[in-house]
Design a protein around this ligand. Structure first.
Ligand code: AMP
Length: 415
Protein backbone atom coordinates (compact mmCIF):
# COMPACT_ATOMS: atom_id res chain seq x y z
CA UNK A 1 0.00 0.00 0.00
CA UNK A 2 2.85 2.38 0.80
CA UNK A 3 4.37 1.76 -2.65
CA UNK A 4 1.05 2.48 -4.38
CA UNK A 5 -0.02 5.42 -2.22
CA UNK A 6 3.42 7.04 -2.61
CA UNK A 7 2.67 7.20 -6.36
CA UNK A 8 -0.81 8.70 -5.95
CA UNK A 9 -1.06 12.18 -7.54
CA UNK A 10 -3.08 13.48 -4.55
CA UNK A 11 -0.28 12.64 -2.07
CA UNK A 12 2.57 15.01 -1.32
CA UNK A 13 3.74 13.58 1.97
CA UNK A 14 3.47 10.05 3.31
CA UNK A 15 4.24 8.61 6.75
CA UNK A 16 4.40 4.98 7.83
CA UNK A 17 4.01 3.87 11.43
CA UNK A 18 6.11 2.00 12.32
CA UNK A 19 6.97 1.02 8.72
CA UNK A 20 9.95 -1.09 7.68
CA UNK A 21 13.28 -0.53 5.90
CA UNK A 22 11.66 -1.11 2.52
CA UNK A 23 9.30 1.81 3.09
CA UNK A 24 12.04 4.24 4.12
CA UNK A 25 12.56 5.51 0.58
CA UNK A 26 8.85 6.14 0.07
CA UNK A 27 7.59 7.43 3.43
CA UNK A 28 8.77 9.13 6.62
CA UNK A 29 8.87 6.41 9.25
CA UNK A 30 7.23 7.18 12.61
CA UNK A 31 8.44 4.99 15.45
CA UNK A 32 5.06 4.49 17.09
CA UNK A 33 3.41 1.63 18.95
CA UNK A 34 0.33 0.37 17.09
CA UNK A 35 -1.26 -0.53 20.43
CA UNK A 36 -1.31 3.13 21.51
CA UNK A 37 -4.23 4.46 19.48
CA UNK A 38 -4.27 7.90 21.12
CA UNK A 39 -0.56 8.40 20.34
CA UNK A 40 -1.25 7.49 16.72
CA UNK A 41 -4.02 10.11 16.61
CA UNK A 42 -1.65 12.66 18.24
CA UNK A 43 0.92 11.94 15.51
CA UNK A 44 -1.69 12.37 12.78
CA UNK A 45 -2.61 15.78 14.21
CA UNK A 46 1.00 16.88 14.73
CA UNK A 47 1.95 15.96 11.16
CA UNK A 48 -1.24 17.45 9.67
CA UNK A 49 -2.20 14.12 8.15
CA UNK A 50 -5.32 14.35 5.94
CA UNK A 51 -6.00 10.63 5.70
CA UNK A 52 -4.90 7.61 7.72
CA UNK A 53 -5.00 4.16 6.10
CA UNK A 54 -4.85 1.13 8.41
CA UNK A 55 -2.99 -1.98 7.27
CA UNK A 56 -3.30 -4.68 9.96
CA UNK A 57 -6.36 -6.08 11.73
CA UNK A 58 -5.39 -5.70 15.38
CA UNK A 59 -5.66 -1.88 15.63
CA UNK A 60 -8.95 -2.06 13.69
CA UNK A 61 -10.35 -4.61 16.14
CA UNK A 62 -9.16 -2.41 19.01
CA UNK A 63 -11.00 0.61 17.67
CA UNK A 64 -8.52 2.85 15.85
CA UNK A 65 -11.41 3.80 13.54
CA UNK A 66 -13.48 4.94 16.51
CA UNK A 67 -10.61 6.87 18.18
CA UNK A 68 -9.72 8.76 14.99
CA UNK A 69 -13.38 9.54 14.23
CA UNK A 70 -13.90 10.86 17.77
CA UNK A 71 -10.90 13.13 17.28
CA UNK A 72 -12.17 14.41 13.93
CA UNK A 73 -9.54 12.60 11.84
CA UNK A 74 -10.33 10.97 8.50
CA UNK A 75 -9.43 7.29 8.59
CA UNK A 76 -9.87 4.47 6.10
CA UNK A 77 -10.71 1.26 7.93
CA UNK A 78 -13.81 -0.05 9.70
CA UNK A 79 -14.78 0.93 13.25
CA UNK A 80 -14.44 -1.82 15.87
CA UNK A 81 -18.10 -2.85 15.64
CA UNK A 82 -17.63 -3.45 11.91
CA UNK A 83 -14.18 -5.04 12.24
CA UNK A 84 -15.84 -7.74 14.35
CA UNK A 85 -16.47 -9.53 11.07
CA UNK A 86 -12.80 -10.53 11.26
CA UNK A 87 -12.15 -10.25 15.00
CA UNK A 88 -14.86 -12.75 15.98
CA UNK A 89 -15.48 -15.84 13.90
CA UNK A 90 -18.56 -16.53 16.04
CA UNK A 91 -19.95 -13.08 15.21
CA UNK A 92 -19.24 -13.64 11.51
CA UNK A 93 -20.90 -17.06 11.52
CA UNK A 94 -24.02 -15.84 13.31
CA UNK A 95 -24.11 -12.77 11.06
CA UNK A 96 -24.02 -14.95 7.93
CA UNK A 97 -26.80 -17.14 9.30
CA UNK A 98 -28.94 -14.10 10.21
CA UNK A 99 -28.63 -12.71 6.68
CA UNK A 100 -28.79 -15.88 4.59
CA UNK A 101 -25.16 -15.55 3.45
CA UNK A 102 -23.89 -19.00 2.44
CA UNK A 103 -21.26 -20.38 4.82
CA UNK A 104 -20.14 -23.71 6.26
CA UNK A 105 -22.58 -25.16 8.82
CA UNK A 106 -21.15 -24.77 12.32
CA UNK A 107 -21.80 -25.22 16.00
CA UNK A 108 -20.51 -22.84 18.68
CA UNK A 109 -19.01 -24.56 21.74
CA UNK A 110 -17.20 -23.58 24.94
CA UNK A 111 -15.85 -26.88 26.25
CA UNK A 112 -13.74 -29.77 24.96
CA UNK A 113 -16.63 -32.18 25.61
CA UNK A 114 -19.07 -30.17 23.51
CA UNK A 115 -16.44 -29.71 20.80
CA UNK A 116 -15.79 -33.46 20.62
CA UNK A 117 -19.52 -34.20 20.46
CA UNK A 118 -20.07 -31.60 17.72
CA UNK A 119 -17.03 -32.85 15.76
CA UNK A 120 -18.34 -36.43 15.83
CA UNK A 121 -21.74 -35.09 14.79
CA UNK A 122 -20.28 -33.55 11.65
CA UNK A 123 -17.95 -36.51 11.03
CA UNK A 124 -14.30 -36.25 9.99
CA UNK A 125 -12.73 -34.28 8.45
CA UNK A 126 -13.99 -31.33 10.46
CA UNK A 127 -12.66 -27.83 11.17
CA UNK A 128 -12.15 -26.25 14.60
CA UNK A 129 -11.68 -22.48 14.82
CA UNK A 130 -10.78 -20.23 17.72
CA UNK A 131 -13.27 -17.35 17.83
CA UNK A 132 -10.81 -14.48 18.23
CA UNK A 133 -7.77 -13.15 16.38
CA UNK A 134 -4.91 -15.64 16.31
CA UNK A 135 -2.60 -14.21 13.65
CA UNK A 136 -4.04 -16.62 11.09
CA UNK A 137 -3.16 -19.68 13.17
CA UNK A 138 -6.46 -20.37 14.94
CA UNK A 139 -7.94 -22.73 12.32
CA UNK A 140 -7.34 -26.45 12.90
CA UNK A 141 -8.34 -28.94 10.23
CA UNK A 142 -8.98 -32.32 11.83
CA UNK A 143 -8.60 -35.46 9.70
CA UNK A 144 -8.31 -38.17 12.37
CA UNK A 145 -9.14 -38.97 16.00
CA UNK A 146 -5.51 -38.14 16.84
CA UNK A 147 -5.84 -34.71 15.17
CA UNK A 148 -9.04 -34.14 17.13
CA UNK A 149 -7.33 -35.00 20.41
CA UNK A 150 -4.46 -32.63 19.58
CA UNK A 151 -6.82 -29.83 18.52
CA UNK A 152 -8.93 -30.09 21.68
CA UNK A 153 -5.73 -30.03 23.71
CA UNK A 154 -4.46 -26.87 22.00
CA UNK A 155 -7.80 -25.08 22.24
CA UNK A 156 -8.99 -26.09 25.70
CA UNK A 157 -6.11 -27.55 27.74
CA UNK A 158 -2.80 -25.85 26.88
CA UNK A 159 -4.89 -22.89 25.69
CA UNK A 160 -2.40 -21.90 23.03
CA UNK A 161 -4.81 -19.24 21.75
CA UNK A 162 -5.74 -17.90 25.20
CA UNK A 163 -9.04 -16.05 25.44
CA UNK A 164 -9.36 -16.14 21.63
CA UNK A 165 -10.55 -19.75 22.14
CA UNK A 166 -13.08 -19.07 24.91
CA UNK A 167 -15.59 -19.86 22.20
CA UNK A 168 -14.81 -22.28 19.39
CA UNK A 169 -16.54 -22.99 16.09
CA UNK A 170 -16.84 -26.61 15.06
CA UNK A 171 -17.49 -26.44 11.36
CA UNK A 172 -18.26 -28.77 8.48
CA UNK A 173 -15.27 -29.22 6.20
CA UNK A 174 -16.00 -27.79 2.76
CA UNK A 175 -14.42 -28.96 -0.46
CA UNK A 176 -13.64 -27.14 -3.65
CA UNK A 177 -11.22 -24.59 -5.02
CA UNK A 178 -10.58 -21.78 -2.55
CA UNK A 179 -10.62 -18.17 -3.71
CA UNK A 180 -10.36 -14.82 -2.05
CA UNK A 181 -12.34 -11.80 -3.10
CA UNK A 182 -11.54 -8.25 -1.99
CA UNK A 183 -13.73 -5.17 -2.28
CA UNK A 184 -13.65 -1.63 -1.01
CA UNK A 185 -16.83 -0.35 0.64
CA UNK A 186 -18.01 3.11 1.67
CA UNK A 187 -20.82 1.67 3.77
CA UNK A 188 -23.24 1.47 0.85
CA UNK A 189 -21.42 0.97 -2.43
CA UNK A 190 -18.65 -1.47 -3.21
CA UNK A 191 -15.97 -1.60 -5.87
CA UNK A 192 -13.98 -4.78 -6.48
CA UNK A 193 -10.26 -5.30 -6.42
CA UNK A 194 -8.67 -7.24 -9.25
CA UNK A 195 -8.82 -10.99 -8.60
CA UNK A 196 -5.84 -12.92 -7.33
CA UNK A 197 -4.71 -16.38 -6.40
CA UNK A 198 -2.42 -17.06 -3.47
CA UNK A 199 -0.32 -20.03 -2.39
CA UNK A 200 -0.42 -20.85 1.31
CA UNK A 201 1.55 -24.08 1.65
CA UNK A 202 5.28 -23.85 2.20
CA UNK A 203 6.38 -26.35 -0.44
CA UNK A 204 6.10 -26.97 -4.15
CA UNK A 205 3.00 -28.88 -5.21
CA UNK A 206 1.11 -27.46 -2.20
CA UNK A 207 3.02 -29.73 0.15
CA UNK A 208 3.99 -29.05 3.74
CA UNK A 209 2.47 -26.84 6.42
CA UNK A 210 0.41 -23.70 5.93
CA UNK A 211 2.19 -20.34 5.95
CA UNK A 212 1.18 -16.71 5.83
CA UNK A 213 1.52 -17.06 2.04
CA UNK A 214 4.39 -17.94 -0.30
CA UNK A 215 3.31 -16.22 -3.49
CA UNK A 216 0.45 -14.95 -5.61
CA UNK A 217 -0.59 -13.79 -9.02
CA UNK A 218 -3.22 -11.42 -10.35
CA UNK A 219 -5.62 -11.92 -12.04
CA UNK A 220 -6.78 -15.27 -10.67
CA UNK A 221 -7.97 -16.47 -14.13
CA UNK A 222 -10.25 -19.09 -12.48
CA UNK A 223 -12.70 -16.38 -11.34
CA UNK A 224 -14.70 -15.48 -14.43
CA UNK A 225 -17.26 -12.66 -14.66
CA UNK A 226 -20.23 -14.93 -13.89
CA UNK A 227 -18.62 -16.22 -10.73
CA UNK A 228 -17.60 -12.74 -9.65
CA UNK A 229 -21.19 -11.54 -10.06
CA UNK A 230 -22.45 -14.53 -8.07
CA UNK A 231 -20.05 -13.73 -5.20
CA UNK A 232 -21.11 -10.07 -5.25
CA UNK A 233 -24.79 -11.03 -5.26
CA UNK A 234 -24.77 -13.81 -2.65
CA UNK A 235 -21.97 -12.68 -0.32
CA UNK A 236 -20.62 -9.15 -0.70
CA UNK A 237 -23.77 -7.04 -1.13
CA UNK A 238 -25.77 -8.84 1.61
CA UNK A 239 -22.79 -8.46 3.95
CA UNK A 240 -22.45 -4.70 3.46
CA UNK A 241 -26.24 -4.19 3.65
CA UNK A 242 -26.54 -6.48 6.69
CA UNK A 243 -23.82 -4.63 8.57
CA UNK A 244 -25.56 -1.30 7.95
CA UNK A 245 -28.90 -2.79 9.03
CA UNK A 246 -27.26 -3.90 12.30
CA UNK A 247 -25.84 -0.42 12.98
CA UNK A 248 -22.29 -1.51 12.09
CA UNK A 249 -21.75 0.43 8.87
CA UNK A 250 -18.77 -1.09 7.06
CA UNK A 251 -16.31 1.37 5.53
CA UNK A 252 -13.04 -0.17 4.49
CA UNK A 253 -11.67 -3.23 2.77
CA UNK A 254 -13.76 -6.38 2.96
CA UNK A 255 -11.91 -9.57 2.14
CA UNK A 256 -13.98 -12.72 1.79
CA UNK A 257 -12.25 -16.11 1.88
CA UNK A 258 -14.53 -18.47 -0.05
CA UNK A 259 -14.81 -22.11 -0.98
CA UNK A 260 -16.33 -22.69 -4.41
CA UNK A 261 -18.46 -25.71 -3.53
CA UNK A 262 -20.81 -27.62 -5.81
CA UNK A 263 -23.60 -25.66 -4.02
CA UNK A 264 -21.99 -22.33 -4.93
CA UNK A 265 -19.53 -20.05 -3.13
CA UNK A 266 -19.52 -20.32 0.69
CA UNK A 267 -17.80 -18.05 3.20
CA UNK A 268 -14.84 -19.46 5.15
CA UNK A 269 -13.84 -16.19 6.75
CA UNK A 270 -13.88 -12.43 6.46
CA UNK A 271 -10.91 -10.12 6.87
CA UNK A 272 -11.27 -6.39 7.35
CA UNK A 273 -8.07 -5.54 5.49
CA UNK A 274 -6.14 -6.43 2.38
CA UNK A 275 -4.68 -9.94 2.19
CA UNK A 276 -0.99 -10.78 2.05
CA UNK A 277 0.53 -11.85 -0.38
CA UNK A 278 -2.41 -11.19 -2.74
CA UNK A 279 -2.08 -7.44 -2.34
CA UNK A 280 1.51 -7.36 -3.59
CA UNK A 281 0.30 -8.70 -6.96
CA UNK A 282 -3.04 -6.90 -7.07
CA UNK A 283 -1.72 -3.42 -6.33
CA UNK A 284 1.08 -3.73 -8.89
CA UNK A 285 -1.81 -3.59 -11.39
CA UNK A 286 -3.69 -0.67 -9.82
CA UNK A 287 -4.11 2.22 -12.21
CA UNK A 288 -5.22 5.37 -10.43
CA UNK A 289 -4.97 7.39 -7.23
CA UNK A 290 -5.34 4.92 -4.36
CA UNK A 291 -5.20 7.62 -1.68
CA UNK A 292 -8.08 9.49 -3.33
CA UNK A 293 -10.12 6.28 -3.60
CA UNK A 294 -9.50 5.44 0.09
CA UNK A 295 -10.39 9.02 1.13
CA UNK A 296 -13.63 8.90 -0.90
CA UNK A 297 -14.57 5.57 0.70
CA UNK A 298 -13.77 6.89 4.18
CA UNK A 299 -16.12 9.84 3.51
CA UNK A 300 -18.87 7.53 2.23
CA UNK A 301 -18.47 8.81 -1.33
CA UNK A 302 -16.98 5.98 -3.34
CA UNK A 303 -17.24 6.65 -7.08
CA UNK A 304 -18.45 3.92 -9.42
CA UNK A 305 -15.62 2.64 -11.61
CA UNK A 306 -12.86 4.19 -9.46
CA UNK A 307 -10.82 0.98 -9.34
CA UNK A 308 -8.98 0.52 -12.63
CA UNK A 309 -6.45 -2.18 -13.40
CA UNK A 310 -3.59 -2.33 -15.88
CA UNK A 311 -4.03 -4.93 -18.55
CA UNK A 312 -0.96 -6.79 -17.28
CA UNK A 313 -0.35 -9.84 -15.16
CA UNK A 314 1.46 -9.49 -11.84
CA UNK A 315 3.28 -12.23 -9.96
CA UNK A 316 4.73 -12.33 -6.47
CA UNK A 317 7.16 -14.84 -4.97
CA UNK A 318 7.99 -14.76 -1.25
CA UNK A 319 11.44 -15.59 0.08
CA UNK A 320 11.37 -17.04 3.60
CA UNK A 321 14.05 -17.57 6.24
CA UNK A 322 15.55 -20.99 6.95
CA UNK A 323 13.15 -23.22 8.91
CA UNK A 324 10.10 -21.01 8.26
CA UNK A 325 7.24 -21.70 9.10
CA UNK A 326 8.67 -23.50 12.15
CA UNK A 327 11.14 -21.38 14.11
CA UNK A 328 12.83 -19.34 11.41
CA UNK A 329 16.43 -18.31 11.89
CA UNK A 330 16.75 -14.51 12.06
CA UNK A 331 19.65 -12.09 11.73
CA UNK A 332 21.04 -13.25 8.36
CA UNK A 333 22.44 -10.72 5.91
CA UNK A 334 20.24 -9.89 2.91
CA UNK A 335 22.03 -9.15 -0.36
CA UNK A 336 20.98 -8.42 -3.91
CA UNK A 337 17.76 -6.38 -3.59
CA UNK A 338 19.16 -3.62 -5.82
CA UNK A 339 20.24 -6.20 -8.40
CA UNK A 340 16.75 -7.67 -8.42
CA UNK A 341 15.15 -4.25 -8.81
CA UNK A 342 17.53 -3.42 -11.65
CA UNK A 343 15.37 -5.72 -13.78
CA UNK A 344 12.70 -3.49 -15.37
CA UNK A 345 9.30 -4.43 -13.91
CA UNK A 346 10.62 -5.92 -10.67
CA UNK A 347 9.71 -4.39 -7.30
CA UNK A 348 10.79 -5.94 -4.00
CA UNK A 349 8.59 -5.50 -0.90
CA UNK A 350 9.99 -5.98 2.59
CA UNK A 351 8.26 -7.97 5.36
CA UNK A 352 10.72 -9.36 7.91
CA UNK A 353 13.74 -7.08 7.54
CA UNK A 354 15.65 -4.75 9.83
CA UNK A 355 18.50 -2.29 9.35
CA UNK A 356 21.67 -2.93 11.32
CA UNK A 357 24.06 -0.08 10.59
CA UNK A 358 24.48 -0.27 6.83
CA UNK A 359 23.54 -3.93 6.66
CA UNK A 360 20.04 -5.28 6.06
CA UNK A 361 19.21 -8.37 8.14
CA UNK A 362 16.36 -10.87 8.26
CA UNK A 363 13.93 -10.21 11.12
CA UNK A 364 10.93 -12.42 10.34
CA UNK A 365 9.91 -15.70 8.77
CA UNK A 366 8.76 -14.24 5.50
CA UNK A 367 11.53 -11.83 4.60
CA UNK A 368 10.74 -10.26 1.24
CA UNK A 369 8.44 -10.64 -1.69
CA UNK A 370 9.65 -10.13 -5.22
CA UNK A 371 6.97 -8.89 -7.61
CA UNK A 372 6.99 -8.44 -11.35
CA UNK A 373 4.56 -7.48 -14.07
CA UNK A 374 4.40 -8.76 -17.61
CA UNK A 375 2.13 -9.07 -20.63
CA UNK A 376 1.33 -12.68 -19.73
CA UNK A 377 1.43 -14.80 -16.59
CA UNK A 378 4.44 -16.66 -17.99
CA UNK A 379 6.28 -13.35 -18.51
CA UNK A 380 5.43 -12.05 -15.03
CA UNK A 381 6.48 -15.27 -13.35
CA UNK A 382 9.68 -15.53 -15.35
CA UNK A 383 10.68 -12.01 -14.35
CA UNK A 384 9.78 -12.50 -10.67
CA UNK A 385 11.90 -15.65 -10.59
CA UNK A 386 14.82 -13.92 -12.32
CA UNK A 387 14.53 -11.24 -9.62
CA UNK A 388 14.35 -13.61 -6.66
CA UNK A 389 17.42 -15.52 -7.87
CA UNK A 390 19.41 -12.30 -7.50
CA UNK A 391 18.54 -12.11 -3.78
CA UNK A 392 20.98 -13.82 -1.45
CA UNK A 393 20.05 -14.92 2.08
CA UNK A 394 21.77 -17.88 3.73
CA UNK A 395 19.44 -20.86 4.07
CA UNK A 396 16.43 -18.99 2.67
CA UNK A 397 13.85 -20.74 0.52
CA UNK A 398 11.05 -19.95 -1.90
CA UNK A 399 8.54 -21.98 -3.84
CA UNK A 400 9.59 -22.67 -7.41
CA UNK A 401 6.06 -23.38 -8.70
CA UNK A 402 4.06 -20.22 -8.04
CA UNK A 403 1.54 -19.92 -10.88
CA UNK A 404 2.51 -23.25 -12.44
CA UNK A 405 -0.94 -24.80 -11.86
CA UNK A 406 -2.61 -21.75 -13.40
CA UNK A 407 -0.31 -21.92 -16.45
CA UNK A 408 -1.14 -25.61 -16.87
CA UNK A 409 -4.87 -24.86 -16.61
CA UNK A 410 -4.58 -22.06 -19.18
CA UNK A 411 -2.69 -24.40 -21.54
CA UNK A 412 -5.45 -26.99 -21.22
CA UNK A 413 -8.18 -24.46 -21.82
CA UNK A 414 -6.42 -23.20 -24.95
CA UNK A 415 -5.79 -26.73 -26.21
P1 AMP B 1 -9.71 -19.11 7.77
O1 AMP B 1 -8.67 -18.34 8.56
O2 AMP B 1 -11.02 -19.25 8.44
O3 AMP B 1 -9.79 -18.71 6.33
O4 AMP B 1 -9.11 -20.59 7.67
C1 AMP B 1 -7.79 -20.80 7.19
C2 AMP B 1 -7.85 -21.87 6.11
O5 AMP B 1 -8.45 -23.06 6.63
C3 AMP B 1 -8.71 -21.49 4.93
O6 AMP B 1 -7.99 -20.69 4.05
C4 AMP B 1 -9.10 -22.83 4.38
O7 AMP B 1 -8.06 -23.36 3.57
C5 AMP B 1 -9.24 -23.68 5.61
N1 AMP B 1 -10.64 -23.72 6.06
C6 AMP B 1 -11.28 -22.87 6.89
N2 AMP B 1 -12.56 -23.23 7.08
C7 AMP B 1 -12.74 -24.35 6.36
C8 AMP B 1 -13.87 -25.21 6.12
N3 AMP B 1 -15.05 -25.01 6.70
N4 AMP B 1 -13.70 -26.26 5.29
C9 AMP B 1 -12.49 -26.49 4.71
N5 AMP B 1 -11.41 -25.72 4.88
C10 AMP B 1 -11.51 -24.66 5.69
Amino acid sequence: MVHTIARAPSVDRLFAAPGNPGMAGEADLLDLDLADLEALADAAIENEVDLTVVGPEVPLAEGIGDVFARRGLLIFGPVAAAAELEASKVFAKEFCNRHGIPTAAAEIVRTAEDAARAARGFGLPVVLKADGLAAGKGVLIVHSEDDLEAALDELFVTRRFGAAADRVLVEECLEGPEVSFMVISDGTRTESFATSRDYKRVGDGDMGPNTGGMGSHSPAFALDDGLREEILETVIRPTIAGMTAEGREYRGILYAGLMLTTDGPKVLEFNCRLGDPETQSVLRRFDGDLAAVFADAARGQLEAGCMKWKDEVAACVVIAAEDYPGSPRLGDIILGIDDAEALPGVVVFHAGTVNDGDRLLTAGGRVLSVTATGATLADGLDLAYRGIRRVGIRGAHFRSDIGADTLAMKDRSHA
